[in-house]
Write a protein that binds this ligand. Structure first.
Ligand SMILES: C[S@@+](CC[C@H](N)C(=O)[O-])C[C@H]1O[C@@H](n2cnc3c(N)ncnc32)[C@H](O)[C@@H]1O
Length: 233
């Protein structure tokens, strides 16, 4: 996709680009016909752009967020792309239904850090099985650098490797807590290698994520993220 196509899609949807999303989309090769996108992007922005690159490309996008799914489906359908972008309510932790050697590319941006280590290991083995030989997976996960170990509301569970972490309001009041597996470059690399994948260069950088669904309200904070591409031998 040339820049004007990308800009057109984003402008049409009223969305702003994110650096790691741009990296992931730039890695999709012309010959990648079948793409799996677990944890569909906001309103399906990334999947819509993948589909628009080639009319004979199919993208299977899943999520456990029913509201997000309905919203993405509406936009995908309004653009006439529902036959190219198949959207499904599907939990990565459930039964794996995809055949071996099936996908050309897996776009796993900001989704794997939701999984405890036990599920992550099973999910990555399933991904490795269903990638074609030479197929690639793009991964972005949040880094341990986002966590303040001195915060009294931070709790790490060594069994699941999940961290419970707080969100505060501007007065320092606790609003809510969330749970993620925050990674190091070594942890995510080791999990992918254990699943049988070859890991390429790893990048770590800060990305400003969005707070709202339509990606118009940028978070005041930056997030440390880890990005890599792994290939099935
Ligand atoms: C940060 S959001 C969007 C990530 C998206 N890939 C992107 O690049 O914008 C994470 C998504 O992962 C989904 N998700 C979280 N846990 C999941 C699971 N166990 N199975 C499937 N999807 C999951 C969430 O519902 C949400 O749609």
């Amino acid at each position: 996709m040339d820049t004007s196509d990308a800009d057109r899609t984003l402008a049409e949807l009223g969305a702003k680009p994110s650096p790691s999303e741009e990296h992931g989309l730039s890695l999709v090769r012309d010959e990648d016909r079948l793409i799996f996108s677990p944890g569909i992007s906001t309103a399906g922005f990334a999947e819509i752009r993948m589909a628009r690159q080639r009319l004979d490309r199919k993208v299977i996008a899943t999520t456990i967020d029913e509201k997000g799914l309905a919203f993405a489906r509406e936009i995908i359908t309004s653009l006439g792309l529902q036959h190219q972008v198949e959207t499904k309510s599907e939990d990565l932790r459930g039964e794996w239904k995809y055949p071996a050697n099936y996908f050309d590319f897996i776009y796993a941006r900001l989704v794997l850090h939701y999984l405890p280590v036990q599920d992550l290991e099973v999910v990555l083995k399933n991904f490795a099985k269903s990638l074609k030989p030479g197929g690639r997976i793009f991964v972005v996960v949040r880094s341990v650098k986002n966590v303040n170990p001195n915060d009294p509301h931070v709790r790490f569970d060594p069994h699941t490797k999940l961290t419970t972490y707080p969100h505060y309001d501007t007065n320092g009041g606790l609003i809510s807590t969330n749970v993620r597996y925050f990674h190091t470059p070594e942890s995510i690399k080791t999990h992918l290698e254990t699943a049988g994948l070859n890991v390429g260069d790893i990048q770590e950088y800060q990305e400003q994520l969005y707070r709202d669904f339509m990606r118009k309200d940028m978070s005041p904070h930056t997030d440390h993220v880890i990005e890599l591409v792994a290939t099935k031998p």
